[in-house]
Design a binder for this molecule. Structure first.
Ligand SMILES: CC(C)(COP(=O)(O)OP(=O)(O)OC[C@H]1O[C@@H](n2cnc3c(N)ncnc32)[C@H](O)[C@@H]1OP(=O)(O)O)[C@@H](O)C(=O)NCCC(=O)NCCS
Length: 271
């Protein structure tokens, strides 16, 4: 895990809800990196637009299965983005676990959510990619979902919202002035996507059974989850600060003590 360039409190470090300070297992790769403490979430921003030589070097840490996936992309650019995102994920997780990137073994949930196996399962993570950006979130012992989306023109925005948003969310969207609608759409989309990725259910989860805030003046939060107050208090929703032109959200089970954002560097990674 190299090249720690930027560190910031995604949320201004606003909430510190306690829990013991448990350092990560020591690892040479983590030298200089602030430990991932209990209740903290680390968010890593990964630039996927790297040179072919760098991508080739990074790809050396992928599994056979991942190489197979990379080879099946129709466009070379998508294959390269996949390779960089997976090798960044492997390098980051290996740093927390004291393994080599190649030594990281994934298992997959019923709806395809990757996780770590056996004694390493206590480290939770999630990955998202869009355009030239990937984001990885990691934390101990709690479900995590993350989503990043390139803000792009969406001529079918109203149709997408009609298919994917809850009636309350659509009402907020429709009431906004036209100029604010696209930003609100991506806020809502990434917040909902981060939740269905946190539960691991993906699109098997009913998108209209939970409601998130999306208005420009509202903080990121759940407004309803299945009409269940317990579920509402079980999940934390935060916005990310991805590069300009992107929107992003993070959902974490239980409370979050602090969210730290860093930029991942490919220099020396993947070995
Ligand atoms: C697969 C899905 C979980 C995310 O897909 P996505 O938004 O296209 O892609 P993202 O880049 O955010 O996430 C993909 C990554 O999430 C992880 N992932 C895969 N299945 C997952 C699941 N069930 N739960 C959590 N994470 C999952 C993987 O790491 C995957 O990347 P990789 O295979 O390259 O390593 C699913 O939610 C989906 O198909 N969404 C489609 C978009 C949609 O209609 N959203 C409605 C929002 S209102």
């Amino acid at each position: 895990m190299t090249g720690r360039c930027v560190t910031r409190d995604e949320d201004g470090g606003a909430r510190h809800e306690g829990g013991p300070d448990i350092a990560t297992p020591p690892s040479a790769d983590l030298a200089g990196l602030e430990a991932l403490r209990a209740g903290d979430i680390h968010v890593w921003y990964v630039d996927l637009a790297l040179t072919v030589d760098t991508v080739d070097r990074l790809g050396a840490c992928l599994s056979e299965d991942e190489r197979g996936r990379a080879s099946r992309f129709k466009f070379e650019r998508d294959a390269r983005r996949f390779v960089v995102a997976r090798s960044a994920l492997r390098t980051l997780l290996s740093g927390y676990l004291g393994l080599t990137p190649r030594g990281v073994a994934f298992t997959y949930g019923a709806h395809g959510k990757p996780a770590l196996d056996g004694i390493h399962a206590v480290l939770s993570f999630n990955l998202s990619h869009s355009g030239d950006v990937a984001v990885v979130a990691a934390g101990w012992d709690r479900a995590i979902g993350i989503d990043v989306e390139l803000r792009r023109p969406l001529p079918d925005l109203a149709d997408l919202a009609a298919r994917s948003f809850a009636p309350r969310e659509r009402a907020v969207l429709d009431a906004l002035p036209e100029r604010e609608r696209a930003a609100a759409f991506f806020r809502c989309w990434t917040r909902k996507e981060a939740f269905i990725k946190a539960t691991g259910q993906g699109l098997a989860q009913a998108l209209d059974a939970f409601v998130v805030s999306l208005g420009p003046a509202e903080p990121a939060r759940f407004l309803d989850i299945d009409g269940d107050p317990d579920a509402l208090s079980r999940w934390t929703l935060r916005d990310l600060q991805p590069p300009s032109g992107y929107a992003g959200a993070l959902v974490v089970e239980r409370t979050v003590r602090a969210v730290r954002g860093d930029r991942w560097s490919a220099a020396g990674a993947g070995t």
